[in-house]
Design a protein around this ligand. Structure first.
Ligand code: AMP
Ligand code: ZN
Ligand code: ZN
Length: 412
């Protein structure tokens, strides 16, 4: 009797063990990190809730096959250049040096502007270590179809394959090139690809985040994600590819009726320099004018003004010498500038505000061998993408501000 019970017990134990092993096999990441690919697509200015308002079957598919985060908090200021470079480096703008879309750089005595090729392609502006530099240093080939920082040598290194920015380069042809890169012979094939679209940001600026036009644009961009997915699926090594779809910030509606003309309170000629752009300016008053300018602006409604050393710590902003002596930020949905508002500029949408504001938050979707399936993750930050990708690909990371702890729960 005891003998039969023992056999039954053993059979039950064996069955349980088998079930545990097979469950683990199904949910385990069986591809070694050093063989996994990462394709990261950023669709500029995709507010966290756009995908809830209109059908986005392709993003839904990624969420169902993989992971969706509740939202991504951008770095401050919630603008394109600081954030794409934070995604690439895992550092806040204070620490990577791209402190705005335009700024003055005292060590180089040069102004950086996003539309100026001489700035964008000058490696001296870019601090930290972009993920493609980490990859190339460790003999992993990388490619970039447009990404802030990829057009300049950083630490003397660029992605093996890269493109000079061209806003009008057709979207589906960008996909053709990404797929071409992924079909190159293994010895020269990139294992890391960063990839960028300037929409729905441009549409969001033109018509605002609540317009029917933005709904249309969001559906159009989702359809492009569908094309990318279809093309990736045809690849022999599809099962080794992780696809991340994310963005840099959200969008909020502006109006010329909610506008603060800074020159009404302090004349423009009090200042030696003014950089940034709506809704944030960082300004350097002329010699001896700092306290007067600060006191005058302190009393103005609908804006905040800080001496750079007093910017709230949660914004991680103010330590970098490239930031002006005073940081002036409009309240959420308010605009600011020098002189009367030009109607055409302060209608539609904008971004750049306090990154705690919900409207500034953006999206994260990911699927592939490294990611859990049908998994809803909590909020993450743009700086967390670097530690996430280095972990997936088995790369030794540089020191960063991003936290692996905040994202590792989404990995198998
Ligand atoms: P903003 O909305 O002002 O923060 O910036 C968004 C704009 O940045 C987009 O409309 C693009 O045209 C532009 N942009 C993005 N990446 C690059 C790049 N690598 N070089 C030049 N311009 C870029
Ligand atoms: Zn942007
Ligand atoms: Zn924008």
């Amino acid at each position: 009797m005891i003998y039969i019970m023992r056999i039954r017990f053993f059979a039950l134990w064996a069955l349980m063990a088998l079930t545990i092993v097979s469950c683990n096999l199904a949910s385990r990441n069986t591809i070694p990190a050093t063989q996994q690919y990462v394709v990261m697509l950023s669709m500029d200015g995709w507010r966290w809730d756009y995908s809830d308002r209109v059908p986005t079957p392709n993003l839904d598919y990624i969420a169902q096959q993989g992971v969706q985060a509740e939202y991504v908090k951008p770095a401050f200021p919630s603008k394109t250049f600081p954030n794409h470079y934070s995604m690439a480096t895992g550092l806040y703008p204070d620490n990577h040096g791209i402190v705005d879309n335009n700024f003055y750089c005292p060590d180089l005595d040069l102004v950086y502007r996003l539309g100026d090729r001489n700035s964008v392609e000058n490696g001296a502006f870019y601090g930290g270590e972009p993920i493609w530099v980490t990859a190339e240093k460790q003999d992993v080939t990388s490619a970039s179809f447009f990404w802030v920082g990829s057009e300049a040598p950083v630490q003397g290194i660029q992605p093996t394959y890269w493109k000079r920015y061209d806003n009008n380069f057709p979207y589906t042809q960008r996909i053709d090139t990404v797929i071409h890169w992924l079909t190159l012979p293994e010895e020269v094939r990139p294992r890391l690809i960063t990839f960028y679209y300037n929409e729905p940001d441009s549409q969001g600026h033109r018509t605002g985040p609540d317009s029917p036009e933005i709904d249309e644009k969001v559906m159009e961009m989702d359809a492009l994600v569908g094309v990318l997915l279809e093309r990736l699926r045809e690849l022999e090594h599809y099962h080794k590819i992780n696809l991340i779809v994310t963005s840099d910030h959200g969008m909020t509606e502006v109006s010329p009726e909610r506008y603060v003309d800074i020159s009404q309170y302090t004349p423009r000629d009090w200042y030696e320099r003014s950089h940034g752009g709506n809704p944030i300016l960082h300004v350097t008053p002329k010699e001896g004018m700092l306290d007067s300018a600060y006191t005058m602006l302190k009393g103005v409604e609908n804006i905040s003004v800080w001496k750079k050393s007093d910017v709230p710590a949660r914004l991680n902003y103010g330590a970098n010498p490239r930031i002006g002596e005073l940081v002036i930020l409009a309240d959420s949905t308010w605009s600011l500038g020098w002189g009367k508002p030009r109607d055409t500029y302060y209608t539609g949408g904008a971004h750049g505000w306090d990154n705690a504001k919900k409207d500034m938050h953006t999206i994260f979707y990911a699927m592939g061998p490294a990611f859990k399936e049908s998994y809803q993750h909590g909020p993450i930050e743009v700086v967390d993408l670097y530690p996430l990708i280095t972990r997936i690909m088995g790369l030794k990371p540089a020191p960063v501000d991003g936290k692996l702890e905040r994202v590792k729960g989404m990995l198998k």
